[in-house]
Design a protein. Structure first.
Length: 445
């Protein structure tokens, strides 16, 4: 078995790669490593709506209880809600069972430490070593020392109340909310209603297998149509675990995380609340974001792809706003992970305060043409160092002549290599990106 942890926990096809036995061992090892300082630790567990969540939850719970830790079970709740509860319920750690925006056959297991942050590599490495080597460094508890399960029936209410506390009333707005048939299907519409918004919820009837299916942040086409059909002020799309947000303006245009960050950063700058006068983004952010923020006198710090790296840079620099083009936006002064609903409320508050259409707010950034093509591969690490691939990338950048860029990176959660080309000529970008993809596929042997 290869490395377990990717950039966002342990991912795989449920019941094939991510089995119940693996979940059991992760529960044991995770509880042991994360709870060394606690004589009788407590761990929060939550999940999204995919059908395999029940199976993996049962295995995790068994593993955690078998080493003497208690489980606080919160049921279906967005990942950022579980991060919130982890740092507010006096527990040792938190666990999320979700594969985020991935299709239903996938699932994942992600840990938070007691402060609600994702684990550093060193802790993940320790958990992984114990699992892969089948170590059992703990004493096996018996009798009353075995862990128990404690239900948390008000988990959703706690998260809703937290979200409501971050903004004022938002009466007068009409919003379509695409819940991706995922973890935000209840709490998402409810928090918007309680803040005075007229909500049109769509894809909010999860059945275990329809999560992310033709909906949510990776498939906003239905949301575009619904915004126009209902004459809404805007549309919001979460992914399966609601830690990301993609937006549709009143004209039906899709706005990704770059637009959201520009709008929120400019609003904070105007109020004098933008910490360190800085925003943290990844290398995937559009050059248009850099130009818009530079013009406003805002510093942009750049990291590799992955919201964990955005978080590390936020903590290093003292900035509080950062995120990814994909819609993972972090408001670090309020939560410790990307939060799609929190981001939505911040954006809605700007629209409410400015009293102008979202399309007008979005015009502060002019997006440069960008092409992204994925290749499904077997050997993504080796391909990233292949001289033929590197030569093709260099050739493409020479063709762009300093008026664009080509970025090649492996996915942290899927067997994919992503090629992004950015510049001024859309057709030329497609040709160059496809040329790099063709070489990658040829070399994947």
């Amino acid at each position: 078995m290869g490395r377990l942890f990717g950039t966002d926990g342990v991912r795989g096809v449920a019941n094939s790669q991510l089995t119940s036995s693996l979940a059991f061992r992760l529960g044991q090892a995770g509880a042991y490593v994360l709870s060394k300082e606690h004589p009788h630790p407590r761990i929060v567990i939550g999940k999204d709506t995919r059908i395999s969540g029940d199976m993996l939850e049962a295995a995790l719970v068994a593993g955690i209880c078998s080493v003497g830790a208690d489980v606080l079970r919160v049921g279906v709740l967005p990942t950022p809600g579980i991060a919130l509860l982890t740092r507010t319920l006096d527990v040792s750690a938190g666990v999320v069972i979700s594969a985020s925006h991935n299709p239903v056959q996938d699932n994942g297991i992600k840990f938070f430490d007691s402060t609600g942050y994702k684990l550093p590599d060193s802790i993940e490495d320790e958990i992984e070593r114990i699992v892969l080597n089948e170590e059992k460094p703990w004493e096996v508890p018996i009798g009353g020392e075995i862990g128990r399960v404690i239900e948390v029936p008000d988990a959703g209410r706690r998260y809703i109340d937290f979200l409501k506390s971050t903004v004022g009333r938002l009466d007068g707005l009409k919003v379509v909310l695409d819940c991706a048939n995922g973890a935000a299907s209840y709490v998402g519409p409810e928090v918007l209603r309680e803040l005075g918004i007229e909500v049109v919820p769509i894809f909010n009837t999860p059945d275990g297998v329809n999560i992310n299916a033709g909906c949510g942040s990776t498939h906003p086409e239905q949301l575009q149509r619904a915004v126009l059909e209902h004459n809404a002020d805007l549309g919001l799309a979460n992914d399966g675990d609601a830690d990301r947000l993609i937006v549709v303006d009143e004209q039906g245009n899709i706005l990704d995380g770059d637009f959201i960050m520009v709008i929120c950063a400019l609003a904070q700058k105007a109020k004098g609340t933008l910490a360190q006068n800085s925003v943290v983004v990844t290398v995937m952010s559009n050059l248009g974001l850099h130009l818009a923020l530079k013009e406003a006198g805002i510093t942009v710090d750049q990291t590799q792809v992955g919201d964990r790296y955005v978080m590390e840079e936020l903590l290093r620099t003292g900035a509080k706003l950062g995120g990814e083009q994909s819609g993972h936006i972090i408001f670090l002064d309020q939560n410790t992970t990307g939060d799609g609903l929190l981001t939505a409320l911040h954006l809605l508050a700007v629209v409410k305060e400015r009293q102008v259409p979202l399309s007008q707010l979005a015009s502060a950034m002019q997006r440069l043409p960008q092409v992204l093509i994925n290749a499904k591969v077997q050997y993504k690490e080796r391909l990233m160092q292949d001289e033929r691939v590197l030569a093709k990338v260099q050739e493409a950048e020479e063709i762009l002549g300093g008026r664009g860029r080509v970025l090649v990176r492996p996915s942290g959660t899927e067997p994919l290599i992503r090629v992004m080309a950015e510049g001024t000529d859309q057709q030329k970008l497609k040709e160059l990106a496809q040329g790099v993809i063709d070489i990658i596929v040829q070399c994947d042997v």
